[in-house]
Design a protein around this ligand. Structure first.
Ligand code: ADP
Length: 392
């Protein structure tokens, strides 16, 4: 079966066409700057990437071109060869604990959750509706970033705030990156043959940690929004909200501008003033740029705070798993994190850790917690959910 996995943002649309159950990627691509004059898209096929400049008025435009390209690249002859479409949706609130087939009720519910994710959910919905317009008879599935974390206990997801804020307005921790953490949980079970206690570290441009027990999320570092938890590329992570009125009074900025700064100008970009990309920050670190050194140390420290905390919540983790851009590729950052855990007997095998493209165990034989690198695959997870639901 051919399943299309889609991730629509406010001005972008990423897609991957996969063959299931073989789990084989056929073709993938990315439409960028939709609605802007310099819009373009790229298609990756047979190890080759083609980039094409074209005006993409809106998402429906992108969807039409996408489908045409699938024919041009001869991966399908007609649209009904696409058996299902899985959409990444950011916020399912506490309404969805797993993926669901999309119908009008689901769309209404996701719409009702827009206040919780005012940027992401509308963009995701535009993506869904664009596909529905062009392919009205193709089954579609919603895969929520928040769903995996709905197994957290109340004592874990509540904030110490007036309880009515939770009851009336849904103010609580939701957690995100759930599809990635679930992929890690499932893959680890597949590899090991049983559920182990896992600390999943998804550290990319966005970053979050998740404590997984019996295949379920029991704690995660992102919160009501994705801007909580560890330090990210340009997001601040955990901060004292008491600083907000002070910053507003000192800078004369409006609340929205400050929120934008917390999301887009903070994190490693904020600290270094150079870049949100860890490759650049690592280069600065190697050249002993003081702010890059500080940023790398802060970044590692914060992840260690969560690992230690989650080790306690799990009553002793079996595995620490590194995934996503930084987790999969930065041996320097993995080393900085794990060296801070040497005191509790967690140790890296430095040769394995520094092997390019390493997958699997990177800790020493006697490490008290095993450490491994496992590439995440959210597109595959979305496609698998879609395949499972449409075959039910
Ligand atoms: P996203 O969160 O946007 O999905 P990714 O998981 O793809 O992002 O991670 C992208 C980030 O991974 C980049 O911004 C960069 O900081 C980091 N990264 C990628 N390769 C390396 C590398 N070799 N060394 C350090 N960081 C890397």
């Amino acid at each position: 079966m051919k399943i299309l996995s889609v991730n629509a943002g406010s001005s972008s649309l990423k897609f991957t066409l996969l063959e299931l159950p073989e789990e084989k990627v056929i073709i993938s691509g990315n439409f960028e700057k939709i609605g802007l004059p310099d819009s373009f898209y790229s298609v990756k096929y047979n190890g080759k990437k083609d980039r094409k400049e074209t005006l993409l008025k809106d998402h429906t435009d992108a969807v039409k071109i996408l489908l045409e390209e699938l024919k041009n690249y001869k991966v399908i002859k007609s649209y009904d060869e696409i058996d299902g479409i899985g959409h990444r949706l950011v916020h399912g609130g506490d309404k969805y604990t797993e993926s669901v087939i999309i119908n009008e009720d689901v769309l209404k519910t996701v719409e009702s959750l827009v206040p919780l994710a005012p940027i992401h959910n509308p963009a995701n919905l535009i993506g869904v509706r664009s596909f529905m317009e062009v392919l009205p008879n193709t089954p579609m599935v919603a895969v929520f970033d928040t769903a995996f974390h709905q197994t957290m206990k109340e004592e874990e997801f509540l904030y110490a705030l007036p309880y009515e804020w939770y009851q009336k307005y849904g103010v609580r921790r939701y957690g995100f990156h759930g599809t990635s953490h679930r992929f890690i949980a499932n893959k680890m079970k597949e590899i090991l043959g049983e559920d182990k206690k896992i600390i999943s570290c998804h550290i990319g441009n966005g970053a979050s940690l998740c404590a997984i027990k019996n295949g379920k999320s029991i704690a995660t570092s992102m919160g009501f929004t994705p801007n909580a938890g560890v330090i990210m590329g340009s997001r601040c992570g955990d901060i004292d909200v008491g600083l907000l009125p002070y910053v507003i009074s000192q800078t004369g900025k409006k609340f929205d501008e400050v929120m934008n700064d917390l999301n887009k100008k903070s994190g490693v970009l904020g600290i270094t003033g150079i870049s949100s990309d860890m490759r650049d920050v690592e280069e600065g670190f190697n050249n002993k740029d003081p702010r890059c050194v500080t940023a790398m140390n802060m970044y590692a420290n914060k992840i260690v705070d969560y690992i230690v905390s989650y080790n306690a919540k799990l009553e002793g983790a079996d595995y620490i798993v590194f995934t996503a851009g930084v987790g999969e590729n930065s041996d320097v950052m993995r080393d900085m994190i794990i060296s801070r855990l040497n005191f509790m007997g967690v140790k890296l095998d430095s040769e394995k850790n520094s092997t390019r493209g390493i997958k699997g165990i990177i800790s020493t034989e006697d490490s008290t917690i095993k450490v491994c690198v496992l590439p995440t695959d959210e597109e595959l997870m979305i496609a698998k959910d879609t395949y499972d639901l449409i075959n039910k």
